[in-house]
Design a protein around this ligand. Structure first.
Ligand code: SAH
Length: 221
């Protein structure tokens, strides 16, 4: 299936097209070469509908069905860069698997990714696609990200790709001492992208950027 879609995407998904995206992200300030390599190597066209494959290497969010989107490459790169800065986390919790693109980018950079998605069909599709791409260091859970994934905590990195109105307490609790969380927080329409580092019972916050994410909803479906 991959090879068929790869072939049908030739031209639009060529090395040159991908390199153009990498250059664009560089010009927008992404510096970490490991992250840029992942953006170049992960086949984003396989994470979107075939009809949208020709736009997969544009720096834009695209619809993936069920009212959800695949994140903009710049935002994926920015969040990943902040998360894998030294010391690079080895166990990462991701909330909001969606199509699994951010998951795949991360999986090549850290030891283990634990990813939680509330929509069953998206979670199953992402799991199957990552399998096909021979990515095996990801554990999937169909659940409510507000609760995190307690049985595997603590995590030295947490990345949240949907926006809660306030910081979820369970996620702060599941962050290891010295660990870092990258999370958009705020109302619909515009959120602060925060980097939160834990020092014992203290949480140090820094605003990295302003972003636009779908809301972190409650419950699973
Ligand atoms: N990470 C994705 C983008 C995800 S979009 C990418 O790489 O493109 C946000 C995702 O968060 C959606 O799939 C949505 O269903 C999911 N989501 C929203 N609220 C959630 C919750 N409480 N728990 C888990 N996932 C949630």
């Amino acid at each position: 299936m991959i090879s068929r879609r790869d072939r049908s995407g030739i031209g639009m998904t060529s090395a040159r097209t991908r390199e153009r995206l990498v250059q664009r992200l560089k010009s927008e300030g992404i510096k970490d070469q490991r992250v840029l390599n992942q953006i170049r190597d992960v086949p984003r066209h396989l994470f979107v509908d075939e009809a949208l494959a020709s736009r997969a290497y544009e720096d834009t969010a695209l619809p993936i069905g069920l009212g959800q989107t695949i994140s903009q490459p710049y935002v994926v790169a920015r969040m990943t860069e902040a998360l894998v800065a030294q010391p690079c986390p080895s166990r990462v919790l991701e909330i909001g698997t969606g199509c699994g693109y951010q998951t795949a980018v991360l999986a090549g950079l850290v030891g283990e990714v634990y990813t939680v998605e509330r929509l069953g069909p998206l979670q199953r599709r992402a799991r199957a696609l990552l399998r096909q791409l021979d990515i095996y260091n990801v554990k999937f859970r169909h659940g409510d990200g507000w609760e995190g994934w307690k049985s595997n905590a603590p995590y030295d990195g947490i990345i949240v790709t949907a926006a809660p109105p306030e910081q979820p307490r369970a996620l702060l609790e599941q962050l290891a001492d010295g660990g870092r969380m990258i999370i958009p927080v705020g109302p619909r329409g515009r959120q602060e992208l925060l980097e939160i580092q834990r020092h014992g019972d203290e949480f140090e916050e820094r605003v990295l950027d302003y972003v636009l994410f779908v809301p972190l909803l409650t419950g699973r479906q």
